[in-house]
Design a protein around this ligand. Structure first.
Ligand code: PEP
Length: 256
């Protein structure tokens, strides 16, 4: 019996205006807003956070941001802080997404400061880790994941750790249509669970949810979500359309 409730999180990336976002979330609320088997988070772009947050009020859907700065306020043009996200009733924040790492130069130390700031502000970080294709082909997948995970969680206390969500996202599978096989994904998820055990002890590691991300779709979700250490999905492309996202939530509800 797992202690972990499945979680499906939608990363909308730089897509959808506030009105597009409200239209999508209105459909989601109607279809899955009352079910309680799966936790569901939607992460719209910042401009849609407030209106989407209002549209999901009263439902089980939770609101997440896609990034934030670690400082609470100050001269950081273009950035937003954890207290600002909390003021819009966000409960989750994606941190260290591979696009932030590759396109915006975010490194592990910077991401770690954000993880610490998120926890301090009662935001649940969804910390993304994962290897590139070159790293997988060089046989360094586990080493890369270990470095990102340990550095990202540096300074996180045992009592805070259950509030953290990890997303294993092989970079070569994001937005490419190339999904990791369930064996490939489970191998890394089990490895992450082992690292969490070393860091925080068995009881805590068993509570931390580890999501898979990378071209997860309704067709491949049942097999991935059926793996012992895969506790849900971080969904990009398939979160932009109500039908596919709803089907992913249903697949998570049915996964054993
Ligand atoms: C993501 O960007 O987190 C992601 C998993 O994207 P996609 O589902 O489109 O591969």
């Amino acid at each position: 019996m797992t202690l972990r409730k499945k979680l499906i999180a939608g990363n909308w990336k730089m897509n959808k205006t506030p009105s597009d976002g409200v239209a999508l979330v209105t459909e989601l609320v109607a279809a899955i807003g009352k079910q309680t088997e799966v936790d569901v988070v939607v992460c719209p772009p910042l401009t849609a956070l407030e209106s989407v947050g209002r549209a999901l009020e009263g439902s089980i859907l939770k609101l997440g941001a896609q990034n934030m700065h670690f400082e609470a306020s100050g001269a950081f043009t273009g950035e937003v802080s954890a207290p600002m996200l909390r003021a819009l009733f966000a409960t989750h924040v994606i941190l260290g997404h591979s696009e932030r790492r590759a396109l915006f130069g975010e490194n592990d130390a910077f991401i770690n400061q954000k993880v610490i700031a998120a926890l301090k502000n009662q935001l649940r970080p969804i910390l993304c880790v994962g290897e590139t294709l070159a790293e997988r082909e060089a046989g360094s997948t586990l080493k890369v994941v270990q470095t990102q995970l340990e550095a990202g969680l540096d300074g996180v206390g045992k009592e805070q750790a259950p509030g953290v969500i990890i997303a294993y996202e092989p970079v070569w599978a994001i937005g490419t249509g190339k999904v990791a096989t369930s064996d490939q994904a489970q191998e890394v998820h089990a490895f992450i669970r082992g690292l969490l055990t070393k860091l925080f002890g068995e009881a805590v590691a068993q509570k931390v949810r580890i999501l898979y991300g990378g071209s997860m779709k309704p067709a491949n979700a049942p097999e991935l979500l059926g793996q012992k250490d895969i506790d849900g999905g971080l969904i990009g492309g398939a979160s932009l359309e109500a039908r596919s996202f709803v089907d992913l939530v249903k697949a998570a509800a049915e996964a054993k």
